[in-house]
Design a protein around this ligand. Structure first.
Ligand code: GLU
Length: 398
């Protein structure tokens, strides 16, 4: 990885561990090994047929040219529809932008706004790319640790204590990856009150898992609850997780126009426009039927219950039942320190037994005293049952 030509900025970051573990599982499969990959967060459902047809039509119609950097008018309208209809955020095509996945929107937003020495407050456990992007942009990461006992949610008081005059961003992710934590409206309002006292702080609200909530509470998000904070909240979403379109790479963001334009300025020199065909698919995804999302969510809930029950039946492993997303952050602390130096060693042992997962340390678990691993339950029930059988065998073999 390192070498004489590597920049200082790149030296500050690690490769994505979710991608690395998934690539490793793919390589082992190509060698003929029987590996179940529960390492990446990717719905196993087929992309809806009306989305596939819209993309096929776009191809047939020759929509294979550059589009505006921040997306076609149709895709911006579709994204604005999504933010308004699904998240309750008053968005218009003027304050939305389209990117190659939500990850790129986050990358551009942070790189467009951070200077060396700025601070980014990130609740831990966190999604692998948040701290790496912040560090790449030159900022210092300020972890806000959470624990299973507090349902992986931080308090307004803890946030207040983490903020300094150098704080530039707070990253929020509800439902969260890798914990499945969901912030209720009253706690977001309390966070909003803290932000009132710190006008230098921007908020990134990553709502990519919004359709995947397992209680009947409506989705709560800061920009909808506190429209008066609109000039400093960037909400990120997309079609990857909701509509099983991960490989098509379409993310949406809405926020203050100055920030949207800044992100597009950077995008004009990185990828340019997001894929024209994928944008046509995203338009169909947003304008087409949404009723199947509830059915998919119910299937995910059944899988969640299956995986959590299986994990909690294995001595040495435990997990809370996540309220959202499709991840189960499993505590394996009793197994670490003896046969396994750390949770990466345990992850490699599980891989030897045919299951790929991602160690908790990749998600900043150490900041929370957590050793274990994340299971993605975005796989079929039979696959999950077999994976849990292999995990049980692997743990019992220690
Ligand atoms: N966000 C998904 C995950 O955490 C996809 C992989 C990635 O981009 O990190 O598994």
């Amino acid at each position: 990885m390192s070498g004489p030509l590597i920049s200082a900025a790149l030296e500050r970051i690690q490769p994505s561990q979710t991608s690395a573990m998934t690539d490793r599982a793919t390589a082992l499969r190509e060698e003929g090994r029987d590996i179940i990959s529960l390492s990446v967060g990717e719905p196993d459902f087929a992309t809806p047929p009306h989305v596939v047809e819209a993309m096929a039509k776009a191809l047939r119609d020759g929509q294979t040219r550059y589009t505006p950097v921040g997306g076609t008018s149709a895709c911006k309208r579709a994204a604005a529809l999504h933010f308004t209809r699904d998240l309750g955020i008053a968005a218009t095509p003027a304050n939305v932008t389209i990117s190659a996945g939500g990850k790129q929107a986050i990358f551009h937003a942070l790189c467009a706004t951070l200077d060396a020495g700025d601070e980014v407050v990130i609740p831990a456990p966190w999604w692998v790319s948040y701290p790496e992007i912040a560090r790449f942009a030159g900022a210092n990461v300020i972890p806000l640790p959470t624990t299973p006992a507090s349902a992986f949610r931080f308090t307004a008081e803890a946030l207040e204590a983490a903020i300094t005059p150098r704080t530039r961003w707070l990253l929020l992710n509800s439902p969260g990856n890798p914990t499945g934590a969901v912030f209720p409206a009253d706690e977001l309002l309390a966070i909003g009150e803290v932000l009132d006292r710190h006008p230098q702080v921007l908020v990134m609200s990553d709502d990519i898992y919004a359709p995947l909530r397992y209680s009947d509470e409506p989705h709560a998000t800061l920009a909808a609850l506190r429209p008066d904070l609109a000039d400093r909240v960037l909400t990120v979403s997309g079609v990857s997780k909701s509509h099983a379109m991960t490989g098509l790479r379409i993310g949406f963001a809405t926020g203050p126009e100055w920030l949207i334009r800044a992100m597009e300025r950077l995008q004009s020199h990185s990828s340019g426009n997001p894929c024209s065909i994928s944008q046509a698919g995203a338009v169909a995804a947003m304008q087409g039927p949404q009723d199947f999302l509830g059915e998919w969510r119910d299937i995910f809930r059944t899988r969640r219950d299956l995986v959590c029950a299986a994990v909690n039946a294995i001595p040495g492993l435990s997990t809370p039942v996540p309220d959202g997303a499709f991840y189960c952050l499993t505590d394996a602390a009793p197994l670490i320190g003896g046969a396994f130096r750390d949770d990466m060693a345990l992850a490699l042992h599980l891989l030897d037994h045919g299951v790929a997962i991602v160690p908790a340390s990749s998600f900043g678990g150490a900041h929370c005293g957590l050793s274990g691993f994340r299971i993605s339950f975005a796989a079929g029930a039979d696959t999950l049952r077999e994976a849990m059988r292999r995990i049980e065998t692997a743990v019992k073999s220690i």
